[in-house]
Structures are given as structure tokens and as C-alpha cells.
Design a binder for this molecule. Sequence first.
Ligand code: UDP
Length: 254
Amino acid sequence: MNLRTDRMSPKPERVEVLGVGVDALDGKAAIHLIEQFIAEGSPKIVATADASAVVIAQKDRRFRDVLEKADLVTPDSVGIVWAMRRAGVGIENRVSGIDLVDAICKLSSLKGYRLYFLGAAPGIAERAADKMRLKYPGVNIVGTHDGYFHRDDEAALVRTVRELNVDVLFVAMGIPKQETFIAENLFALNAKVAMGVGGSFDVLSGAVKRAPRWVQSLRLEWLWRLICNPRKWRKVATLPKFWWMVMRTRRQPR
Ligand code: UDP
């Protein structure tokens, strides 16, 4: 898999969390960098790393390679923010995929960026797009597709995205499927930015509710998601493992 991209933008500090590089930046800086990527024009990969992603990357070499080559990896969970602080790098808040989708939709309504929503069950990406069109009139979502296409249909889908000249492609097919899809098709898709955004369309469409603000502020969104969707237990079960693995590493002085 050749993932070499043209990395001309000034890069934030990349901090190792259990061998996975995560960029030390806040949401505003992430958006600024993504706008630079759009301006540069050559395909860039953006990933959002939460604790379960880092645990998966320990065993999944292909996934780890994609994260390593990604042009931006945001700290997408309180666990990652905590581990980065232990490594001596202070970050205020996490930078989640859904917050980036929201912010980029807003920017698209102001600047015309061409967005494509790929992923989730049939109808969900379109519903999420409609919600964004209501929230940000003028947002330029040029296409949507579900994330359950047959392998035989992948080439046609990639061609469709390519022909639409997309600025930002959001891929919501879960970790690590979305990242491997992006990496395998990066140059064929020719989107200026391709970003894995997990369950974002489920939430934006209203199919899955995000935790209330007070739960988010207590940093217990993961517990809320588990209660609402017990199938998430597998993901949550990686958290103690993540915590234990980080605790075994040496704390760095601030
Ligand atoms: N999904 C998909 N294609 C697949 C498998 C999953 O589009 O082959 C979608 C699924 O419907 C859901 C999203 O990927 O909308 C994964 O959401 P989750 O919250 O599990 O993502 P993660 O926890 O990996 O960020």
C-alpha cells in the first residue's frame, strides 16, 4: 500500500501513545490544518484516534500503517488526552470526528467546500446530510452512499466520488474498515481530505442520540453509549486494557 502524500503543511507535535502517533492540537487548530490540506489539493488522510483505535492498532498492522502515514491524527477520547498528558504534552480537550464533521459542514456553507458522506446503514448518510442542510443552509454536500456496498461495487463508487471532485470525504464505516478503505483508494478517490468518522452519521441523522451535555462534561459519554447500545461493550471493554497498558509506560515530566 503506497500512502506517501505530499506533506507540506506545518505539522503539530506528534506524541506517541502506545506506539501510535497522535497530534497534539485542539479542534480549532485541526480545522485550520484541514483547510490548509484543502488548499494544498493533494489527497490527505485525517484519522481520529480514540483508546480503542490505539488498542486495535497494537495488533492490526495495516491499521497501524495507515495511522502512521496519516497527515493528521486527532486525539479523539479522554483516554488519549490523559495518555498524552502522561507523556508530558498537555491538551485541553479531545477532537472528535463528529465535531469535525459539524465544523466542516459549517465552513462548507460559508466557503462552498464540496463534501461527500459515505458510510452507515442505507439511508442514514442521506438523513445526516439533510440534517446538516437544515442546520447550515448552503452546505455543499455533493453526494451520499451507505457503507454496506459489495466489494464488486467498490470501483464504481470510488469513480463516482472521484468525478465529483470532492474536497472532504467523510467515511463512517467504523475502525479499522474506514481507514483501510481510505488508504487503499486514496489517490483513486482524489478527495483533498479523506477522514474516518466512525458512528458520526448515526448521531447526526438522529438514529443514535449523543449523550446530554452534562454527561459529556463529566466525560462519561462512553458510559452513556454503552447503556444506550450494549453492543458497544466490545469497544468499551478495550478501555481497561488501554489504561493498563498506558500505566505500565513511564510517566514523562511536564
Ligand atoms: N458501518 C458501515 N459499514 C460496515 C460496518 C459498519 O458503514 O461494513 C457503519 C455502521 O453502520 C456505523 C459505523 O460504521 O454507522 C460504525 O460506528 P461505530 O460507532 O461503531 O464507529 P467507531 O466506534 O469505530 O468509531
